[in-house]
Design a protein around this ligand. Sequence first.
Ligand SMILES: Cc1cc2nc3c(=O)[nH]c(=O)nc-3n(C[C@H](O)[C@H](O)[C@H](O)COP(=O)(O)O)c2cc1C
Length: 338
Amino acid sequence: MTHSSPHLASPLQIGPVSVNSRVMLAPMAGVTDVVFRDLVRRKAPESLICTEMISSNGIIYSKRRDARILDKGENDHPIAYQLAANREEVLLQAAEQIIEDKNPDTIDLNMGCPVKKITGNFEGCALMKEPEKAYQLISKLVRHIDKPVTVKFRLGWDANSMNYVEFGQMAEAAGASMVTLHARTRAQGYGPGCKWEAFGELKNHLKIPVIANGDIDSAETARKILDTYHVDGVMVGRGCLGKPWLIGDIDYMLKHEGMPLQRPLEEKLAICLEHAKMHCDYRGEVAGIRDMRKHLTWYVKGFHGATRYRKELTAVETMDDIKQIFEAILNEQYAQVG
Ligand SMILES: Cc1cc2nc3c(=O)[nH]c(=O)nc-3n(C[C@H](O)[C@H](O)[C@H](O)COP(=O)(O)O)c2cc1C
């Protein structure tokens, strides 16, 4: 590995788990399912990839060990299963069950979700207002399982209560093996104004690895964040929507100092078709295409006439519908070129 920052030359150490990549895929509900992870891994086989957030209550009270959200693919490793929880007994049971059934590499605790349904249940980012409670959840889980526990959180609840340094110190004291900071408050949601300087500040206060997250969507930005704030890795979320190759591209460029790859339109659309086919194989064509619609609109973002195609793509019913629209897009692009 060649790195301008020497601390990145060795694998990322998450407790006893070594990960040979400094870029990871962010957990995204409704996106980072088993199919999307498979596609991302084809280009980024060494990166840690996180599941969507899984409700501990949901899996324990529904008593369903076969829920789709729990699915893990054949080569789905290294993988973090992310849990949301507020009650210790339920969290411990849920983690135990997942470890028994899926053998993940790490368990991540969600303490950053801003969605009302979650925070109203005193889960996700609401735990940043209850650091004592968060400490109990983390420390009990660390003692209960033999997998590293990591924690993902935000700057704080709002601009007046930014407690990310104290919260990170609390997580470390509770036994967490790594933390990820999404550099926004809960009040900011996903809006503008990521406070990247917070990465350096948090890193200065912790011994465990710190992962930077928020508006990192290219290899150049990833490198800048790693070099400027000396964090241990970066996590990419929305940058991967419609670009399942991005984690692999960033990983490659961080390891080899290369230039960003230019992917021709044909290649992007071919990857998208493969993605759609994988969804259909997984869930059958009707549900598979329905699940795929949002992805289709992300793939064509930035293409000539994308707005018009986006509308058509949200109404597709079959693989053939998608192929027809893609042919039209390609023809239009060729016409543009010459
Ligand atoms: C559609 C969507 C779903 C998300 N779901 C989760 C989730 O399940 N768990 C979580 O910790 N964060 C979730 N997030 C937040 C991301 O993991 C990430 O922290 C955030 O998008 C900032 O990173 P980005 O700027 O690279 O997108 C979600 C974000 C999006 C856009």
